[in-house]
Design a protein around this ligand. Structure first.
Ligand SMILES: [Zn+2]
Length: 164
């Protein structure tokens, strides 16, 4: 339902701690690294930020509301599958993705070689095309928790437009 607006915008932010013995999955892509993100399911911080941006744009709250970590049904749910469900909700309200822009904040590893694959994965989950999704990464120059390698953060903005 467009509700009189030609588009809507949403913002998402997420942080997860990095720990040994966990796989590192970012934007739906498994990345070789000695540590991985700790949290519910695969703790895909990039996907979680984008999902929150999409829910925010559609006025549907946040992923904590739809996928509470207290609910065992979501324990092993991949971030990719969570995003697919969020996109279904957003589409169900009559909206599709216009475009999204994401920033990963991580000191290591270098994710540049994986950004193409992440963009493709996110486009599939969003029922969109890679040209509409931009993924970038930055460090914090060694400062703060992300700079010390204690965790990763992600920011996302998403524009949604009426379907059709
Ligand atoms: Zn998260």
């Amino acid at each position: 339902m467009a509700r009189g607006l030609p588009f809507r915008i949403g913002f998402g932010y997420d942080v997860h701690r990095l720990v040994p013995g966990r796989p590192l999955v970012l934007g739906g892509v498994r990345i070789p690294h000695p540590t991985g993100l700790l949290g519910h399911s695969d703790a895909d911080v990039l996907v979680h930020a984008l999902a929150d941006a999409l829910l925010g744009a559609a006025g549907l709250g946040d992923i904590g509301r739809h996928f509470p970590d207290s609910d065992p049904r979501y324990k092993d749910m991949a971030g990719f599958d969570l995003l697919v469900q969020v996109v279904e909700m957003v589409n169900g309200r009559g909206w599709v993705l216009g475009n999204a822009d994401l920033t990963l904040v991580a000191e290591a590893p270098k994710v540049a070689p994986f950004i193409g694959a992440m963009t493709e994965e996110l486009a599939v989950a969003c029922r969109s095309t890679p040209e509409r999704i931009n993924v970038k990464a930055t460090t914090t120059e060694g400062l703060g928790p992300a700079g010390r390698g204690e965790g990763m953060a992600a920011y996302a903005v998403a524009l949604i437009v009426p379907a059709g």
